[in-house]
Design a protein around this ligand. Structure first.
Ligand SMILES: *Cc1c(COP(=O)(O)O)cnc(C)c1O
Length: 473
């Protein structure tokens, strides 16, 4: 063997090290409640604890694992901890981790159907299953006018939607250009929508921020009014991002009312249901989808609330060509028979990047492991935990519910006001037993409590509440 040969792992060595890695992850799961939920390291601490120069000779795998345990784990905020109540959750269930591992093991690229037919077809199948599981409009099914694709994130889905909307709006009149277009969001729309618009070429002065009502949802009549003003001023309204479940308070924009205004004016409606969309696996939450049958695109993230590891955003369009025509470019080196036959999906033309992971595997593992009943039970359990926490807040004289609970988000505050509420949150997070985050609603500092981690039980809610009781005095 040439001395220049790198020392690859042979299959037997890989097997041994793989077992060690599974042990490490299982130990992490077992011990997770022992760590402070919010990482306690100072800025720069992880960097400076590791050698600044890379090793010239390869090292023992065990040395790397030792550093993971001693240097990396202390620098983690433990999102999978049952005591994590911040932001929205991001799930890593056992079946999903294993499915993701398998995706790495195969190491394929799924940019074209022909570069791995199973990657494309399993993805289509899982997306079609989800139309059924989540009660989505029938025309999102791949066999109908629409179809879905798995994106890395809701941010990428919003960007694809904004680009498709831009191309569609400009296709009506070749003399108009991008500076004539306008787009609509609200102050509660996720920041990724605004960022997508900027990347898609919209200047700040082309982005309208709509008024919201008492529940922080877009006012449909304000949308209609702004569209009319823009048209009167010679603009082409092109895109609105409406939200089912805003990040601050899970506000639900009036999708039906917005879509009716939009369809009269050929405006693309994108619905961002990144978090709340998972709830519609339960028939009792399908009312969240009212009006979605009228929209141009829709997305939600199984990587938040549906037991699936980051990255998994399901992005559906009502009309495939709107998306595919906007994003497909076929250079000579990608030409192939299957593509030319027109019988296959080449998902690179449904997203920003060319290369793509075998993302459907982990979701397929999740659905097959839990079954649809299991997915529903999982959502319902978190709703019950949130109801319980809400009742504890209501029964206490120091705290108040700020905003009626939607799904499993409880927005509450200390009655003494912003300063006191902020102090409590900071104190509790620094102690590390639990972790939660805040938002500002109507100039009020509000704590957001989201029981959404996979292994959170009633006993965790009770001990979390004890922290608030203690901190209130
Ligand atoms: C989390 C969230 C996003 C961003 O999701 P990514 O997948 O991380 O891009 C967008 N919109 C809403 C409503 C969210 O809750």
């Amino acid at each position: 063997m040439s001395k220049n040969n790198p020392k690859h792992l042979n299959p037997e060595q890989f097997r041994q090290k793989g077992y060690q890695m599974v042990d490490l992850i299982a130990d992490y799961m077992q011990n997770i409640e022992q760590y402070p939920v919010l990482s306690q390291v100072e800025p720069g601490e992880v960097y400076s604890s590791l050698p600044t120069r890379p090793p010239e000779q390869g090292e023992l795998f065990q040395n790397v694992l030792n550093d993971v345990n001693s240097k990396i784990i202390p620098g983690l905020t433990h999102w999978q901890s049952p005591n994590f109540y911040g932001y929205f959750p991001t799930h890593a269930s056992g079946p999903s981790i294993l499915g993701d591992f398998l995706s790495s093991g195969f190491g394929i690229q799924g940019m074209l159907w022909s570069t791995s037919p199973a990657c494309t077809e399993l993805e289509t199948l899982v997306l079609d299953w989800m139309v059924d599981i989540a009660g989505l409009p029938e025309h999102f099914h791949s066999s109908r006018s629409g179809g879905g694709v798995i994106q890395d994130s809701a941010s990428s889905a919003a960007l694809c939607a904004a680009v498709a909307a831009r191309e569609k709006a400009l296709s009506f009149d070749s003399k108009r250009n991008i500076t004539d277009l306008t787009a609509y969001i609200s102050g509660h729309t996720h920041s990724s929508a605004e960022k997508s618009l900027k990347i898609a070429g919209f200047r700040d002065e082309q982005i309208r921020r709509l008024n919201v009502d008492d529940s922080f949802a877009i006012k449909g009549d304000d949308f209609a009014r702004r569209v009319k003003i823009d048209i009167d001023n010679g603009f082409i309204p092109a895109f609105i991002c409406a939200t089912i479940g805003t990040t601050s308070s899970l506000a639900i924009d009036p999708i039906r009312e917005i879509s009716e205004v939009a369809s009269k004016n050929q405006i693309w409606v994108h619905v961002d249901a990144a978090y709340a969309g998972s709830a519609t696996v339960c028939p009792e939450f399908r009312n969240l989808l009212d009006g979605v049958e009228l929209v141009d695109s829709y997305c939600f993230n199984p990587h938040k609330w549906l037991l699936t590891n980051f990255d998994s955003d399901l992005f559906y369009v009502a009309n495939k060509p709107d998306l595919v025509n906007a994003l497909t470019i076929t250079p000579e080196y990608l030409r192939n028979k299957a593509t030319e036959s027109g019988q296959v999906f080449d998902y690179s033309g449904w997203q920003i990047s060319l290369g793509r992971r075998f993302r459907s595997l982990k979701l397929w593992f999740v659905i097959r492991h839990y079954g649809v009943e299991g997915l529903r039970a999982h959502i319902r359990k978190h709703i019950e935990l949130a109801e319980h926490f809400e009742s504890l807040v209501e029964s206490n004289s120091s705290y108040e519910i700020f905003h009626p609970r939607v799904l499993n988000l409880v927005c509450f505050r200390h009655k003494d006001g912003n300063e006191k509420t902020k102090q409590i949150l900071e104190k509790i997070n620094s102690e590390g037993k639990i972790f939660l985050t805040h938002t500002i609603l109507d100039d009020m500092y509000v704590m957001r409590f989201v029981p959404g981690a996979i292994h959170t039980e009633m006993r965790h809610i009770d001990s979390a509440w004890a922290e608030f009781v203690k901190a209130a005095v």
